[in-house]
Design a binder for this molecule. Structure first.
Ligand SMILES: [Zn+2]
Length: 158
């Protein structure tokens, strides 16, 4: 059916007009607190289910598949993989951005879930699904998403 194909390049994606308001409130919880404390150390932490071995990044306290409490925590090394992305031209107040921003959903091999975050240092002609990326951490970290400034193309694995 026309319009349902999944484009792999941003140039092929059809424009979507209209408003798409997304607001949420997030409470860290126990797993989230461990995750954000690890961000302060410049690490991405995953939780592993002792029953089925699923690894969750960001971590969850309970496995969504078998409902066991996750008990093992381990650092996940980059690169992550861009699974989807969008290019923003306006801010949350509908004001034009000085420079377009790219927001991506990034997953990490061997884990369930993923991170939605900014991409940076990506030439437009290299922006694609499947791009390998690594986090650029802020110099000053406070245990929040902004501890990662953005993800950039992975340098160590390309
Ligand atoms: Zn499980």
């Amino acid at each position: 059916m026309a319009g349902l194909e999944k484009p792999s390049r941003w140039q092929d994606a059809p424009p979507l007009y209209g408003e798409q308001g997304v607001w949420h409130q997030y409470t860290y919880g126990i797993a989230g607190e461990k995750f954000f404390r690890s961000l302060m150390e410049g690490k991405l932490l995953a939780a592993t289910c002792p029953e089925c071995g699923r690894r969750y990044l960001p971590p969850q306290m309970y496995c969504a598949d078998c409902f066991r409490r996750t008990e093992e925590w381990e650092e996940v090394k980059p690169p992550g993989v861009v699974q989807s992305f969008t290019i923003l031209h306006r801010d949350l107040d509908d004001a034009p951005l000085a420079e377009p921003q790219v927001v991506a959903f990034i997953s990490f091999p061997g884990t369930c879930g993923g991170i939605i975050h900014l991409l940076g240092e990506v030439p437009r002609d290299e922006l694609c699904i499947g791009l390998l990326v690594e986090p650029v951490f802020a110099d000053e970290r406070k245990g929040r998403w902004q501890d990662i400034r953005y993800f950039r193309p992975a340098r160590s694995s390309q």
